[in-house]
Design a protein around this ligand. Structure first.
Ligand SMILES: [Zn+2]
Ligand SMILES: [Zn+2]
Length: 206
């Protein structure tokens, strides 16, 4: 291979930098979207609603009650609603010429987000070696970070892909801010998680 000229080297470096920045932006955006969906499920979703109620909200509440139960469902069991949604969006945007590689990447990440979430619920022994390395390198979210959601009042750490977005959105109070706007404009209050409400009631009764 002939040596790169300096102009070609700069162009290659610029291409690589742009690719890294685009990929990072897509990962962080997908992470934020997982947080938005999870937050909405936790505080507004009702299992009695038609279609989405049993499809999305009931499994989410079950996950709070029995956090490791969804490991039994495997990849398809944990991800199928998001996969179908992602395929429909990809097909729709492709039909009108709007499907870019960035959108395809975000949809792929969203379609598989619950697999990263499953990994965060595995024991050290159960975690595949490469996944454990990615968790330790903080490329994806690990069990301690995600445990912050399950162990606390379930009102923080909604994002499920990386350990990078949660600290920022929790610190700026994004979710509480949206809840305040919703309550002021519609009167609808966010629901406190049933497990948390039980836990706090038990503590009060002691
Ligand atoms: Zn939750
Ligand atoms: Zn979880």
């Amino acid at each position: 291979m002939p040596p790169l000229t300096s102009a070609a080297a700069v162009a290659t470096a610029w291409f690589a930098l742009r690719a890294v920045l685009w990929i990072s932006a897509c990962v962080l955006l997908a992470d934020l979207i997982t947080g938005l969906v999870h937050w909405a499920e936790d505080h507004y979703g009702d299992p009695s609603w038609p279609i989405l109620g049993q499809l999305v909200f009931a499994p989410n509440l079950e996950h709070h009650e029995k956090p490791r139960a969804f490991l039994a469902g495997g990849w398809w069991g944990a991800n199928w609603p998001q996969i179908i949604m992602a395929v429909l969006i990809a097909a729709g945007t492709a039909a009108v010429g709007w499907l870019t590689w960035q959108l395809a990447l975000v949809l792929t990440l969203l379609a598989n987000a619950n697999t990263v979430h499953q990994w965060a619920h595995m024991t050290v022994k159960e975690t595949p070696r490469l996944v454990g390395w990615m968790q330790r390198m903080r490329l994806i979210q690990g069990r301690i970070h995600h445990g912050g959601h399950h162990g606390g009042r379930r009102d923080t750490a909604y994002c499920a892909l990386t350990p990078w977005v949660n600290p920022v959105v929790d610190r700026i109070g994004l979710w509480r801010g949206i809840e305040t706007i919703i309550q002021r404009t519609t009167g609808v209050k966010p629901r406190v998680d049933a497990c948390v409400a039980r836990r706090e009631l038990t503590a009060l009764e002691r």
